[in-house]
Structure formats: C-alpha cells, structure tokens
Design a protein around this ligand. Sequence first.
Ligand SMILES: C[S@@+](CC[C@H](N)C(=O)[O-])C[C@H]1O[C@@H](n2cnc3c(N)ncnc32)[C@H](O)[C@@H]1O
Length: 350
Amino acid sequence: MELPHLNDLEVQKEIMDVANGYWKSRALQYVIENNVAHHLVNGPKSSFTIAKEIGVNPDFLYRTMRALSCLGIFKEEEDYGVFSQNRKSYFLTQDGVNGFAHISNSIYYQAWGSLGESIKHGEARGLQSIGYDGLWDIDKRNPEFHEIFMNAMSNFTNQLMPYLLKETDFSCFDIVCDLGGSHGLFVLNILKQFPTVKKGINFDLPLVISQNKQLLTESRESEFENNVLSRFQEEPGNFFQQVPEADCFIMKMIFHDWKDKESIQILKSISKKMKPTSRIMIFDSVINVKNEPNYHVWLDLHMMHIANGRERSTSEWENIVEKAGLKIESLSIFSEKYTRTNGRIVLRTI
Ligand SMILES: C[S@@+](CC[C@H](N)C(=O)[O-])C[C@H]1O[C@@H](n2cnc3c(N)ncnc32)[C@H](O)[C@@H]1O
C-alpha cells in the first residue's frame, strides 16, 4: 500500500464525508418532519415564503435547503432563495417518506450516541441508553414512533412488492402464512397475484393484529377484492411459542431482529409445523461483499446496536439453519439495489 501524504486532499475529503454524516441525516430529518417538500408541490417557491408559512427563521431555513440541494434534494433556482421540486424531494412528499423518517428519526440518532457501549459489551445498548428496554418496548411507550415504524415497514414492503412477487412463485402452496407480517400487505398481495393459493394468514403480535383490525379494515376493503379478502385471515401469537399450520412460512425482515440463539428457536418452532412439502421463505439481507460501499453492512450495525440483531453472510445463514435441524434448498441474491431485503433463502426439512 502506498501511504498518502498528510496533505492528500482527496483522502481528507473522503474521510470528512464520513465524519459529517450526521449533518446530512439531521437536515433531512428536519425537512421531513416539517413537510418542507410539500410546500413545493405547486411549483418553485422562495424558501423565505416557506419559512413564513411554517414559522421559522428564513435565513436558517434557506441555508438548510441550500445544503440539501447540494446533495440533490431540492433544486436551487437562479433567483436567490427560490427552490423547486426534483426527483428526490418529490419522494419526500410520497408514502415512501416513512422509510426515511424512520431511519433518520431522533430516537435512533440519540441511541447511536452509545455505539461504543454496545461494542464494548457485545450487547445492544442503543435504546437502553435512552431509557427504553428495547425495540419492541417502544411500541408500548412511544405510539408516535411506533406508527412511523409500522408505516415504514409497510412502505418498504409496498416498494419491493412487484419485485418480490415477480421473483417468487407461490402458486404451488395451499396455505401461505407470513410470520411477523405487520400490516399484512405481503399476504394480501400474494392472494391477489396467485388465485390458486387457498388461504393466506397474517401472523403477528396481539397488539399489531388488534391495531390492524381497528385501523386497516376499511382501507383493505377498498384496495382488495372480495375473492382476496375471503381467503385472508389474521392470527395473533408469538413465533417463539407456536405458529399456525401452513405450507409456506414467509419471514421477511424478521431474523435480522434476532441473535443466532433466538433465530434458531424461531426456526425450531416453525419446523414443528412443517410437512416434507412445506417451505420456509426468508426474505432478508445476505451480506456478500468486502471493501466496497454496501447498504446491508450498515443495516447490520444498526440492528446490532438497536436490537441485538444481525444481517448474515451465506455461511452465517448456513450455520443457524443447520443448528435448527433444517436445510437450505436455495439462496438467491436479488439485487444490491434493493434497500432492506436483498436475498431470498428457501428452507426445507432434512
Ligand atoms: C422488522 S418488522 C418486519 C415486518 C414485515 N415482515 C416486513 O417485512 O415489513 C418485525 C415484525 O415482527 C413482529 N414480531 C416481533 N416479535 C414477534 C413475535 N414474538 N411473534 C410474532 N411477531 C413478532 C413485529 O410486530 C413486526 O411486525
């Protein structure tokens, strides 16, 4: 390796871009929280007018938007202080904004202050350092964050749905069950796309299922036809204890929440309900790079510090599957472009 000179500006700039990452994340969080992009839906507007409309300091808002426009979020026009919408800022006015609102959320920002504690102890200290017991404790204590979290999960699922359904054939299964299926979107879309699937079950914690019943019944009825809804069921439960009978068990973004020990427990609990023809379909990250920019290694760090979870490499997947007494039938990596889920791992009984 050729050592850089200490005044090598290129190397300095690259490290500085990493060091100041929180500047960008905080500025993004600010404009999301204050719906700044929504003020541009009818065309270009002065940031000074927007500042008046939301009641903040005009100069400071201008400088925040100018900084973001240098990252390609908003377009600064020739006229001083005037901004227009561009591809990235348009995204911030759509449902997909929940995913960004979730990751750049102040709760996570505060929690990341204690990364060193987690690394020292080999145990997640992020949420504990700001007074929570863990990720699932936020559900009970902070309904506002819980809503952002659940909406973000649905947005991620919605954005990926066309790709996931194109890449996976569910038509050979009679009963499909999504374990930890959150708002139930994956199962509903499978039932819509594959009319031969007789029943789809959305399984999640009792709090989630009762909230779904209260909040989602109307939107489901307007979005899905009767022949989909009549085959759809929801079941509350705990996948560590017992799961419903099914031919295909879907687990999307579940194992990354858990350590190996718990992941093996979940797999063993499912395997009790598996027939020789049943399959477990895991949609989660597969880490398969070294020394190059990659989203999944950063998601791994987040899961490590926030939830004691992990994103796994191929050999790490093989290890937990073998310990649970199951077999990997196939492991595919879809695309590194997909944020969140980039892989599908199909498991069968031995
Ligand atoms: C990271 S979210 C993933 C949601 C969804 N599968 C997706 O990809 O959008 C994890 C889900 O697991 C559920 N969950 C957590 N612990 C659970 C348990 N013990 N039994 C059943 N569901 C659980 C949560 O309520 C949440 O909906």
